[in-house]
Design a protein around this ligand. Structure first.
Ligand code: AMP
Ligand code: MG
Length: 570
């Protein structure tokens, strides 16, 4: 009874506040020119003044599910709910907003860049000010980590501030990451260090601009609050600085969100969550259909297969593909010790803590299937015996969907339009030559798209095409070029068309570890210009950029880049 009462008071408090601040849908006259000129909503504008910025009054997550009745913030096992109300713990010393993504502010949050100088906004993104329209929540989820069930994990250092519906009607969930302890912090301090926050901030945006489904990052806040980390787990802990990233996704639900409910036999809640996900995120599935959970499974299997194929197409290796880091919407989430492959090496493992290479580049497709199998297991309690028998068949489709998407992407990386019989060999041979010669994955494709076909031959020696030149030293390169030219002739593509096409899908700038590291080291000296410069280049990964070239982003990586290590510690 007591818990019911406290829950009720939360809602009264919450909705009570929202009634007071309920926003008018009428047009608002906007005074900031920069904002007015954006041609998005011809009739109405959301206010530019951060004081009148609001979360959606229908906080559908908070109002659709039972909340943890315990209001105090201490580490515990939580049952029969999806969320605990958790207020951020503000950073204390020298708190500054040091980088922001302009596209996220303007295109998603309906805010002008100038808001980043508004102290109220800075307080908001650093966790010091919780808006009256916000009921901050930490999410309870579980997960299989490195193949084994880990029990309750949850948002140990993130809180969801609320749901924002923008002018385009898109609904986004805003989270602070690194905002202090929650009931799910286990042994952690709830904080995130500067280096990992810079990496998550940059990579979320880099992935988006590469066209890969991902969570987004709006702002990066840094403080002088000390956080102790043993970065390489070698008994040498050091004091680092705490930072907070404001990150966004249409949903933060993961495979682990369902797993914990299935494992704990909370079947009603499992059904509620599944129906919620279908209703809000899978409009193509009828929520009254008795086969809806199988339809959902099919959709997630298909979309995850395509997501992983798109990772492979840019050499992205997530690093920690645990089920708690796999989104139900099949977007890339939880950036930790990720890496973009440089020299093509299928065995590439970005995370130095991953001794066995479980999450290597080449293992990602299989790990995707492993995680989807765990998703299937989490669905079993809500399925009939007959439906359970369908799960393996659906999962079996993963491989083909993955392969089709992989081929579609790699064919377009070669400038081709349609997949023909021998194209698999054409792609495989190109990758094999890359692997044997240790040439750069990103630049080999890029340069292939930049070079005139006449220039492309096995005698190629060119500084301009440094990566292709490395490939050209391979005895099979000439043979591959002949096959490639034949194939292009067959398709009847003009060389200019081929080049233009390839330029749109093969990035020149990716977030290489050394680039992130340079920005991090600069940030360590309180110079955040490197983060912002890098972000600007990554926002246009396909477009030649003078600054990026000067910084060497498309040049052979510096020798010291080889010795860089990234661990799970963050
Ligand atoms: P990750 O591998 O970073 O996605 O995190 C795995 C789990 O550990 C999640 O439940 C995180 O919330 C939690 N976690 C990671 N770092 C911390 C930290 N510093 N404090 C509390 N929880 C953490
Ligand atoms: Mg995670």
């Amino acid at each position: 009874m007591k818990s019911l009462l406290s829950l009720l008071s939360i809602f009264v408090h919450f909705f009570g506040n929202d009634l007071v601040i309920a926003e008018s849908k009428e047009c608002v006259k906007v005074s900031v020119l920069d904002f007015v000129t954006r041609d998005k909503c011809p009739k109405c504008f959301v206010p530019v003044n951060f004081n009148s910025w609001r979360f959606d009054r229908r906080q559908i997550l908070a109002s659709s599910f039972p909340l943890d009745p315990i209001a105090q913030n201490f580490v515990r096992q939580v049952h029969d709910c999806l969320f605990s109300i958790t207020y951020p713990t503000p950073l204390r010393s020298n708190v500054r907003l040091v980088a922001f993504s302009s596209p996220v502010l303007t295109d998603i949050l309906d805010l002008p860049d100038s808001v980043t100088t508004d102290i109220e906004f800075v307080n908001f993104v650093s966790g010091s000010r919780v808006l009256s329209s916000s009921l901050p929540l930490s999410h309870r989820y579980g997960g299989h980590q490195f193949g084994y069930w880990s029990g309750q994990l949850g948002d140990g250092r993130a809180v969801m501030l609320g749901e924002f519906v923008n002018q385009r009607g898109e609904r986004w969930e805003l989270q602070l990451k690194g905002s202090g302890r929650t009931p799910y912090s286990r042994y952690g301090d709830g904080r995130a260090v500067l280096r990992s926050s810079v990496r998550e901030f940059l990579c979320s945006e880099a992935m988006f601009h590469l066209g890969i489904p991902t969570s987004r990052a709006a702002t990066l806040v840094v403080s002088d609050d000390p956080v102790v980390r043993d970065q390489f787990y070698d008994g040498r802990p050091q004091s680092e600085r705490a930072a907070i990233v404001l990150r966004l996704a249409p949903s933060w639900f993961r495979i682990g969100s369902l797993e914990i409910l299935a494992k704990n036999n909370e079947v009603e809640l499992l059904k509620e969550l599944l129906d919620f996900v279908i209703k809000n995120h899978f409009p193509g599935i009828d929520v009254t259909d008795e086969n809806r959970y199988l339809a959902l499974y099919s959709a997630i299997v298909s979309e995850t297969a395509q997501l992983v194929a798109s990772w492979q197409s840019v050499g992205f290796t997530h690093g920690v593909c645990n089920t708690d880091n796999f989104s139900l919407l099949s977007i890339t989430i939880d950036y930790g010790p990720f890496g973009f492959m440089e020299e093509y090496n299928p065995k590439f493992v970005p995370n130095t803590s991953d001794d066995e290479g479980r999450y290597s580049f080449e293992n990602q497709p299989d790990v995707g299937a492993f995680n989807l199998n765990k998703l299937g297991e989490a669905l079993r309690p809500v399925l009939s015996n007959h439906q359970i028998k369908q799960l393996p068949r659906i999962l079996h489709g993963y491989q083909q969907i993955y392969k089709n998407k992989f081929m579609e992407l790699f064919i377009s990386k070669l400038g081709l339009l349609t997949i023909k019989e021998n194209d698999e060999n054409l792609v495989a041979l190109f990758l094999r030559i890359m692997e044997d010669t240790k040439s750069d994955f990103t630049m080999s494709f890029r340069e292939l798209g930049e070079i005139d076909l006449q220039e492309l031959n096995s005698d190629l020696v060119s500084q301009k095409y440094w990566s292709l030149t490395i490939m050209a030293s391979h005895e099979w390169f000439g043979n591959w070029v002949t096959k490639y030219k034949e194939r292009l002739r067959e398709e009847g593509i003009r060389d200019e068309t081929r080049k233009t096409r390839m330029m749109k899908v093969n990035p020149r700038y990716i977030l290489r570890n050394w680039m992130a590291q340079e920005a991090i080291e600069q940030a360590g000296r309180n110079d955040f210009s490197g983060v912002q410069t890098l972000l600007r280049a990554l926002e246009h990964p396909m477009d030649w950029d003078r600054e990026a070239e000067k910084a060497g982003y498309a040049s052979p990586p510096p020798a010291w880049a080889k010795f860089l290590r990234v661990s799970c510690s963050s």
